[in-house]
Write a protein that binds this ligand. Sequence first.
Ligand code: P6P
Length: 333
Amino acid sequence: MIPTQTLSRFIHSKRRLYPDSTGELSDLLVSISLGVKYISQMVATAGFKGLHGYTGKTNSHGEETRQLDEEADEVLVELLGSSQHFGLLVSEERDSVIETQAAQGEGKYVLAFDPLDGSSNIGSSIPTGTIFCIFRKKELSRPASHDDFRQPGSEIVAAGYSVYGAKTSFVYSTGSGVHGFTLDPSLGEFVLTDENIRIPTRGLIYSVNEGNTSYWSDGVKDFVGQLKSPDAASGAPYSGRYVGSLVADFDRTLRKGGIFLYPTDTKRPKGRLRLLYECMPLAFIAEQAGGLALNGPDNILALVPEDIHERSAFIVGSEHEVRWYKRVVHGLK
Ligand code: P6P
């Protein structure tokens, strides 16, 4: 039996849910998935194309950029920039918003993305990924501007991520459930493998960089301590899994349940991960799959980014564990 539900057929079939849809969003998602296919190929062949190295340049955060970061960024900017649907693009690799051809025109959407998250892990074959989210412009008649990114995550129109690992997967949501696809290299197509992914209501895995323990608040130390102390009632001890690549740790949490946490600490008082193009898209996916995502006390999707590159704490996963965190660390329900 041949696979019939490719990503593009699936996306276009869902348009029936949105009678007034113009097909623009479908086009955009297909364009993003094409960019992901290019990047998947680049990641797979980087080793013998000498693309593991640094460019000798630094990005807007003063971080040394790798050739792959730049190449992945350029692929997406070129593909998306040439569509007539985007007004503006924000990339982790650039220090400002990128105007696309549609910036002054009728482009309805703005998009923020991390072109290659986890790229520092590339040399050791640890999974990396692309993360994106799409907003509608606040005023369709006005050209897109930075201000269009100053919206709460609850206004996200579509979000998703890819994982370049043992297989290349693409997971996205437009607000009607979370759907997972796997790239069939022989076809060059993403094929539907997980329709309507639901995160387990609770799990048995926790994911955090315990090297930061000395910098955590007492509340976080207490919570992680509870996950590790044998207790029949809570099912503890949980198993610890930490890849150090956000998309890999998130994808496992989405499919197996449990909790991923990168809290603020005394070394990172604002958090480590990027709110707009890492935390918000993955929070949207998590909530669409029945999970929760916090910055600590607040829902990530209730936050409005002020700066396009601002950082945030990120606690995401099954409702049971995320509420447990909120109760222990913040004394909130
Ligand atoms: P740490 C990778 O560099 C990344 O941005 C995310 O993919 C990952 O979750 C995080 O940093 C890991 O950070 O401080 O544990 O090395």
